[in-house]
Design a protein around this ligand. Structure first.
Ligand code: GUN
Length: 290
């Protein structure tokens, strides 16, 4: 039987409408519009598209947004100075530095320079630590978007076999943690995992973020499984595809996300949610310390 297609575009649109109404309410109550600053260094075409989409989504939700474009040869000092300026800017509640950065820049130092209360990516060590202990202000956008999709689809996680393929700091590791917080039994697989198919076939919920086009095929999944594809691959000359081979998996899975139109729209949606949270916290703080 064909799997149910999880419509990320529709779920993102519903969630964004709800965020927009909460933004309007915050503006009315406090006069503050949530503000996001996105820094992009260099000319990576994929990053430029992502950044443009982030700005557009902010504006549609009634938020203030700025994009700061810096050249490929930007120095570490210049980038740190830019972050310092945004740190002091009261109109900016969220700061996001688009990754990956050019190789000469120290990504870890850049992430650590963003104040945790403006870290809407939730990449700062303080925020990743808070996620580990389950007491957090922000969730990283892609894993949070996946959780929202599962919630919207009414997928029960508690007690279920959850398999995450991929162990990146941006997706795999925090995704595993969020599924664990939801009482899933979680296994993390990666490029060195032996007998991958044996493990993925156990999954009631399979989240794939390995960055390899069409890596998971229909024979690797359990009939009826919920399959979430975080991949965004552009094979040379081919069209955008995920890490999951949609053609073979969609006849075996119970539900599956498409690429595009699955997880992608949810990532930006959760960035809007985090920016709103940051703005609300700033308003509360200012109310306490007039
Ligand atoms: N590059 C790809 N995904 C992301 C993301 O979620 N945040 C940032 N800052 N850069 C990215």
């Amino acid at each position: 039987m064909a799997a149910k297609i999880i419509d990320g575009k529709k779920i993102a649109s519903l969630t964004r409408a709800d965020i927009a109404s909460r933004v309007a309410q915050l503006k009315e109550e406090s006069g503050v519009a949530p503000g996001l600053a996105v820094i992009i260094v260099g000319n990576d075409p994929a990053s430029q598209v992502y950044v443009r989409n982030k700005k557009k989504a902010c504006e549609e939700a009634g938020m203030y947004s700025v994009v700061i474009e810096m050249p490929e040869d930007t120095t570490q000092e210049a980038l740190m100075e830019q972050i310092e300026t945004l740190k002091e800017n009261d109109r900016i509640h969220g700061i996001l530095v688009q990754l990956p950065l050019p190789a000469h820049l120290d990504e870890e130092a850049v992430i650590a320079a963003i104040p945790p209360e403006k870290d809407v990516d939730a990449f700062h060590p303080i925020n990743t630590g808070k996620i580990m202990i389950g007491n957090y202000d922000f969730l990283p956008c892609t894993p949070a978007g996946v959780m929202k999709l599962l919630e919207h689809e009414g997928v029960e996680i508690s007690g279920k076999e959850c398999v995450v393929v991929g162990r990146s700091n941006i997706v795999g590791k925090p995704q595993a943690m969020l599924l664990l917080h939801a009482n899933g039994t979680v296994t993390i697989c990666h490029s060195r995992t032996k007998n991958l198919a044996e493990i993925t076939r156990r999954a009631d919920i399979l989240v794939v973020a390995i960055g390899k086009a069409n890596y998971i095929t229909g024979d690797m999944i359990r009939p009826g499984a919920v399959v979430i594809d975080v991949g965004m691959n552009r094979p040379a000359g081919g069209k955008l595809c995920g890490d999951v081979d949609f053609a073979s998996c969609s006849t075996v899975a119970g539900a599956i996300t498409p690429v595009p139109g699955g997880v992608g729209p949810m990532t930006i949606t959760m960035l809007l949610e985090n920016t709103l949270t940051a703005a609300k916290k700033a308003v509360e703080k200012n109310c306490k310390n007039p």
